[in-house]
Design a protein around this ligand. Structure first.
Ligand code: PEP
Ligand code: MN
Length: 358
């Protein structure tokens, strides 16, 4: 598949391309103030603002809609910035194009739905506008690739992917888990496709933006989309993750851009290996927890049958057996011995507690 490099469709684009602007357009004044501050930051080439906001629950601010298009037009006329808005419906595409919006972006909640993607792709057929495709809400690379393919098939070749993290269950420091191995896989499967990172939606918290943006640069991503608001705490949507234009400038100044020495392949491989280690550690933790639950059950069983906790003969046999198996698997006997002793100690402690509390 042929893709155009960013420099082919964003005048003066150098790495990283920075797209900035509020999560939502709120008022004409907010839009114009943000855009004029952003136009003073050389890396910022594109002004973003959400007009039609896909909110998880009804009743919250759903965007100013088509009214905001006039403000975007002013941004285009009065600053050097290009403009981009999120489109989710064919009529958004029509209205945005009529108002001269330069770039369209498709949000995570739309990319999950092949029917919506098909409709949008058809609405864009024969229209020569660049499109940014965010990753789908959940970690499904095929769905992301499918969305890009649908657009490409309908003649949209100025495309870029935007990595905005993936919904996860359970607690995490991130609003959306980065799962870097997924955009890395995308880069492998669609070589030449520009990939941007959206640290705002990954982090969900402005304090995380710097480190996420740095990681994206270290993985050789092409650009960043960062939500920017003149008064972030008062933003009507995503307030915790927006930064002021001044903070954005500071973040960009601190970014370290390592040379494109070919080292990125090394970085990517390292990232994949780290991910594998994370998965193995998770598994180890799960297994250890299960082993301790069984120890507890054994404690209760031993108590019920009035036998001692520590059966030295059983421990000696178990220890010898595990060291032997470990040796066959290439594990150092001293390391494994220490680990087994720790696990055994903990298991005895748990059984002792069961006995004492029974
Ligand atoms: C946004 O960019 O404001 C937005 C709604 O993003 P996403 O589709 O990534 O949730
Ligand atoms: Mn947002």
């Amino acid at each position: 598949m042929d893709f155009f490099p960013l420099s082919g469709w964003i005048p003066g684009c150098t790495r990283p391309l920075v797209i900035a602007g509020p999560c939502s357009a709120e008022t004409e004044e907010q839009v114009m103030t943000t855009a004029s501050a952003l136009s003073a930051i050389p890396e910022v080439k594109v002004f973003r603002a959400g007009l039609w906001k896909p909110r998880t629950r009804p009743g919250s601010f759903e965007g100013v809609g088509a009214d905001g298009l006039r403000w975007m037009k002013r941004v285009k006329e009065e600053t050097r910035l290009l403009t981009t808005v999120e489109v989710a419906r064919p009529h958004h595409v029509d209205e945005a194009l009529k108002s001269g919006i330069d770039i369209l972006w498709i949000g995570a909640r739309t990319v999950v739905n092949p029917f919506s993607m098909q409709e949008l792709s058809e609405a864009l057929s024969g229209v020569d506008v660049p499109v940014l495709v965010k990753n789908p809400v959940h970690a499904d690379l095929k769905l992301w690739i499918g969305a890009i393919e649908r657009l490409h098939k309908n003649g949209i070749h100025r495309l870029a992917a935007v990595h905005r993290g993936f919904h996860q269950f359970g607690k995490s420091i991130y609003r959306n888990a980065p799962q870097w191995e997924i955009p890395i896989d995308l880069m492998r499967q669609m070589p030449g496709l520009p990939v941007l990172c959206d640290p705002s939606h990954i982090g969900g918290d402005r304090s995380l933006i710097q480190q996420i943006a740095q990681q994206a640069m270290d993985l050789e991503m092409d650009g960043l989309m960062i939500e920017t608001h003149p008064d972030p705490d008062k933003a009507l949507t995503d307030s915790a993750q927006q930064v002021s234009p001044e903070t954005l400038a500071a973040i960009l100044t601190k970014l370290i851009l390592r040379g494109q020495t070919g080292n990125h392949e090394f970085e990517r491989t390292l990232e994949e290996l780290r991910h594998e280690v994370d998965l193995i550690d998770d598994e180890l933790i799960r297994l250890l927890a299960r082993r301790m639950l069984i120890a507890e059950e054994m404690g209760r069983y031993k108590y019920a049958h009035n036998i001692t906790i520590l059966q030295l003969q059983r421990w000696k046999e178990l220890f010898a057996d595990r060291i032997h198996k470990g040796g066959n698997a290439g594990l150092d006997a001293r390391f494994l011995g220490e680990l087994l002793r720790l696990v055994h100690e903990q298991s005895i402690e748990i059984q002792t507690n069961v006995m004492n509390n029974s």
